[in-house]
Design a protein around this ligand. Structure first.
Ligand SMILES: Nc1ncnc2c1ncn2[C@@H]1O[C@H](COP(=O)(O)OP(=O)(O)OP(=O)(O)O)[C@@H](O)[C@H]1O
Ligand SMILES: [Mg+2]
Length: 373
């Protein structure tokens, strides 16, 4: 049997653990066309949740149209629009109808139609050469509105924080919002992980998307939900592991889905030839850290000396009380302003997140730091 645990891709179906409440909540937002801001620390399961929800909608509420747009890597308004055009075939699978709709909705710019060899469905590529971007956006947004006249649509814009990095982001956000707020039969899910960027976009007065969506921070999956899910996958492989040990694994990785998947992936492999032993927990964790050694070493080498000291300060003080003179002496930092500056940069680099106290975002990097610095 194939190892059922997977840690690098979006997971759905039996490989997706619970999140029933989150799916119910999101479905309620969708039904009432309430836009949502879905955010969390990195690799907490936002994209998987959206994909799983959309699969369920396809099966249980096919009257709702779903459109998933991954904005990762886009650097301009043009690329933003191209990503949406590429996915339009999901809303209209009939090629002729899609082409007719495009022809009747789009003026003053051209587009190419191709066929995706994997799905055999049409792909639309707008030609921007001399086209006015404002006009293309207007056409695209009107097109989406047309789709939504026939049925309710939910559009997930994943990695939405990328928009804030475009040149002219301010103007684009404003124009985008002016359409989004009139789409009364469309629910937009804005999703992303760079919390400082995303929350600034939605929570700062003066920004176009200020209060344009209900905030939905995605929390970790609860232990009581992990246990039956993990048990079932191990059982299906005829691998025996007690509930108490599963709880220890979830605890060890602070309920973080990606690390739990990664751990279980290795554990599954070991259990093929050796029965469960307590020492496996630390043994596997150690090989997970070793696997990341080069990546973490590069990250560490690229930090300034004061950023390194600040990280040590966080480890020593558990992310709290970082400015007291007495504390600064322990890591030989001269002034609190140095710490303030370094914290800001480390937050921007997403090495740290702030949640009351400062936390090293990547749990495994924290464990690596403890072992290696
Ligand atoms: N509900 C879940 N059940 C089991 N594993 C999950 C679940 N959600 C996420 N994971 C695990 O976590 C990993 C990261 O999930 P995903 O890519 O959905 O997170 P994300 O929050 O979108 O990440 P990013 O911040 O990089 O966009 C997946 O590859 C999978 O291993
Ligand atoms: Mg994601």
């Amino acid at each position: 049997m194939k190892n059922p645990f997977t840690y690098s891709n979006i997971v759905t179906g039996p490989y997706f653990c619970n999140r029933k409440k989150e799916q119910e909540d999101l479905l309620e937002f969708i039904r009432s066309s309430q836009n949502v801001l879905l955010y969390s620390h990195r690799r907490t399961g936002k994209s998987s949740l959206i994909k799983q929800l959309f699969l369920n909608i396809k099966q249980q509420a096919p009257e709702i149209g779903t459109l998933y747009i991954d904005l990762y890597g886009t650097t301009s308004e043009k690329e933003f629009m191209s990503r949406i055009f590429q996915q339009l075939n999901v809303l209209e699978t009939n090629t002729d109808k899609l082409i007719n709709l495009l022809k009747s909705s789009i003026d003053k710019f051209s587009f190419q139609i191709g066929i995706d060899p994997n799905t055999n469905s049409p792909t639309i590529t707008p030609t921007f050469n001399s086209a006015d971007e404002n006009l293309v956006l207007k056409n695209l947004m009107e097109l989406l509105e047309k789709f939504s006249a026939k049925r309710k649509i939910v559009i997930a814009l994943d990695e939405f924080q990328e928009v804030a990095k475009y040149t002219d982001a301010d103007s684009f956000e404003k124009r985008l919002r002016s359409y989004v707020q009139h789409h009364s039969n469309i629910c937009y899910i804005f999703s992303g992980s760079q919390q400082h960027l995303l929350t600034v976009m939605f929570h700062s007065q003066g920004r176009a998307f200020y209060q344009q969506a209900a905030s939905y921070p995605l929390k970790q999956i609860e232990t009581k939900h992990y246990i039956p899910w993990m048990k079932q996958l191990f059982d299906e492989g005829n691998l025996s592991i007690e509930k108490a040990n599963l709880i220890k694994i979830v605890d060890q990785f602070k309920n973080h889905p990606m690390y739990i998947q990664l751990f279980c992936f290795f554990l599954w492999r070991e259990l093929q030839h050796t029965p469960w032993k307590e020492e496996m927990i630390n043994g596997i964790e150690r090989s997970m850290i070793d696997q990341k050694h080069l990546e973490y070493q590069t990250l560490w080498d690229n930090l300034s000396i004061n950023q390194k000291k600040t990280l040590k300060l966080i480890l020593i003080n558990d992310g709290q009380n970082l400015f007291a003179a007495q504390t600064l002496i322990t890591v030989s930092i001269k002034t609190a302003s140095v710490v303030t500056r370094c914290l800001k940069t480390l937050l921007e680099k997403e090495v740290l997140v702030k949640n009351g106290r400062y936390i090293i975002q990547d749990l495994l990097f924290k464990k690596w730091l403890i072992l290696n610095t």
